[in-house]
Design a protein around this ligand. Sequence first.
Ligand SMILES: [Zn+2]
Length: 225
Amino acid sequence: MATDLRSTNADITSLALRDLRSFWSSLDLGRPEAARDELLRFTPLLVAQYGEIAATVAADWYDDLRFEADVPGRFAAEMADVASSERVAARARYAAGHLFTENPEATLALLDGAVQKYVLEPSRNTIVRSVARDPKATGWARHTRADGCDFCRFLAQRGAVYKEATARFASHDDCNCASAPSWDPDAPEVDVKAYVASRRTSTMSPAERDEHNARARDWINAYIT
Ligand SMILES: [Zn+2]
């Protein structure tokens, strides 16, 4: 079932990336300022459009899964907000720095990653938010693909469940992981290290972030080997 959501998400991101590529090919790279401004306008709209679809699909999927699992009581999944246009534009502005170099195509590579991450963010957050509000839900699990990276496999914790309400779904740019609700009161909980490793790093100082990343790297290596 979680596989279904991951494969639908993959379809949604590939449509978003197709639109990004077609927009990219319309840009005049000989005029980098104009191309940058076009990208700053277009990328947040693209992410909002496909992010909305991803959130809708996730909410419907949650409701179907809950129905099939025969969970008692009425509850409807709540869609998460799409990524803010400020966040998306900030990433687009950073990527667009390459328009002014000899390798403008690097902009597209960076935008690909940002678009994937931000289009899927409302899908994951829809599940996380709905779990927090569903009186019968006990947590959410992370589902990664079989060849998922070490970071994702560590955070997936072999299907154990994130039960703390403050837990967030950490992801990297080309991450295809999905979250899935659990209504099983006996489901094993993830290790406390998985909660710590999932913390948001954007609010940390550079020194704190370095320390956090080094610690998470040690845990991931110990878990994987
Ligand atoms: Zn992943």
